[in-house]
Design a protein around this ligand. Structure first.
Ligand SMILES: [Zn+2]
Length: 249
């Protein structure tokens, strides 16, 4: 891989290059990064758009679903004519058009442990606990950064883990593996589109922070209440009996 930015890249990333704490060295870090986005729905669309635009060099996209009309209220990568197509194929097409300098791999399948390996960061944009737990365990065991978010109604939540640097405190410490799937989800209870946009943008920002070495708060949690217009930052605590990261793990 070339270590010098081309003229096109210099112009494209000029707003990063102007910043002392990103600059050319930071842009190179982004261009060498491998990030997997699991779920290309309301969270995954803004995450993918921002990371592709930022020049994250190797993006992998994983989602088994097809675009449906009811997705278009919030899943901003897709248009009316995409209905019926695989989400990852539509996303790959749009993201390649946005930034032809990056490499994009797409998988129209459920998440597997093999897909997680060899990534620098995995971004969880799924809507189910089983996938979230699988990603958490694999990222913990393989020391891969993990940025997870969810949203419902007017509210969103983000949790981020710097597993390359810390081995205790994981998502399972906060949401136990054996808890049942929540009864409410976006499909049966609804969600405000831009709340997903806010959380997805926060996930993309967190990924960029991690890649550039500015992420310091392993187990950081943030909650957003879109109706009240309030953010809340919380610090999670490790559980010594956690089945993933605890002594029993
Ligand atoms: Zn844990």
């Amino acid at each position: 891989m070339s270590t010098e930015l081309s003229h096109d890249q210099f112009m494209r990333y000029s707003r990063h290059l102007l910043m002392d704490d990103i600059g050319e060295a930071g842009q190179q870090k982004l261009s060498q990064a491998r990030v997997l986005i699991v779920g290309l729905g309301g969270l995954g669309c803004p995450v993918a758009l921002y990371l592709a635009a930022a020049g994250v060099g190797q993006l992998s996209l994983c989602d088994p679903d097809h675009v449906e009309l009811s997705n278009l209220q919030r899943q901003i990568l897709y248009t009316d004519t995409d209905c019926g197509e695989h989400k990852v194929k539509c996303a790959e097409r749009e993201l390649s058009a946005l930034n032809p300098h990056i490499s994009i791999s797409s998988y129209s399948s459920e998440i597997s442990e093999e897909l997680i390996d060899n990534q620098d960061i995995v971004v969880d944009c799924t809507d189910n606990l089983a996938a979230r737990q699988l990603i958490n365990s694999r990222c913990h065991n393989n020391k891969i950064g993990f940025v997870s978010a969810s949203a419902l109604g007017w509210e969103g939540q983000l949790m981020a883990f710097d597993f390359p640097a810390h081995s205790t405190l994981c998502l399972n410490c906060i949401i136990d593996k054996n808890s049942p799937e929540p009864m409410q989800n976006c499909s049966n209870s609804g969600v405000v589109g831009p709340v997903l946009g806010a959380m997805g943008s926060l996930q993309a920002t967190t990924v960029i922070r991690m890649l550039l070495g500015y992420f310091q708060q392993h187990g950081e949690m943030q909650r957003y209440d879109g109706k009240a217009g309030r953010w809340l930052a919380l610090a999670a605590k490790a559980k010594s009996d956690c089945l993933v990261c605890g002594e029993a793990g």
